[in-house]
Write a protein that binds this ligand. Structure first.
Ligand SMILES: CC(C)(COP(=O)(O)OP(=O)(O)OC[C@H]1O[C@@H](n2cnc3c(N)ncnc32)[C@H](O)[C@@H]1OP(=O)(O)O)[C@@H](O)C(=O)NCCC(=O)NCCS
Length: 158
């Protein structure tokens, strides 16, 4: 991976750049208020940002409650996709989940989002159930995926 890539926790000052990525990545983007609330009012939330130099190029949100953790969102700026950076970002998030003491990490993903599903399977996630009509914009089903982060020796499985 490029030496100029780094990771740190998200702060309120990052929200402007996060919103750009959010709008380029999701059909129902989160609002400024939603991110602000996560960073200032939600004791269970941790958000990781990925930077190239000082520019935010990706982020991953987590809720961690005791041994259970959940990915709220993960996205990479479109022009940076396909360079293993989403994988690096999710690996960082999984390290943070471990450091915070959780054991299982779960998420929902659109059943049609084969790119994200492929990333999650590569890092050891398994299919859970289907949540019917989960997405409000088009009624699409969500696939629940989960991983026991202690059962993936090295997160990347080639
Ligand atoms: C999902 C996302 C974060 C992946 O980030 P990325 O940087 O493009 O992915 P990487 O380059 O790290 O690829 C890692 C793995 O993802 C999968 N993947 C990435 N691009 C893919 C593509 N075009 N087709 C199929 N699988 C793909 C592969 O498994 C890949 O591993 P490989 O290169 O060894 O085959 C990114 O596509 C994104 O931001 N998408 C929009 C937001 C989104 O859908 N988020 C998920 C919501 S649940």
């Amino acid at each position: 991976m490029n030496d100029s890539i780094s990771f740190r926790l998200m702060t309120v000052a990052d929200i402007d750049q996060i919103l750009i990525i959010e709008h380029l990545s999701f059909t129902v983007p989160w609002s400024r208020e939603a991110f602000y609330n996560e960073l200032t009012n939600n004791p269970y939330a941790s958000y990781v940002v990925m930077l190239e130099q000082n520019n935010v190029i990706g982020y991953c949100g987590l809720w961690v409650v005791l041994e259970e953790a959940h990915v709220t969102n993960i996205a990479v700026l479109p022009e940076y996709r396909g360079r293993k950076l989403g994988e690096a970002l999710l690996n960082q998030a999984m390290e943070l989940v471990k450091a915070l003491g959780a054991q299982r990490l779960s998420l929902e993903v659109r059943v049609t989002n084969v790119v994200a599903q492929s990333l999650y399977r590569k890092l050891g996630f398994q299919d859970g159930g289907i949540r019917k009509n989960y997405y409000t914009d088009n009624g699409e089903d969500a696939l629940v995926m989960w991983v026991n982060i202690y059962e993936t020796a090295n997160h990347t499985r080639n």
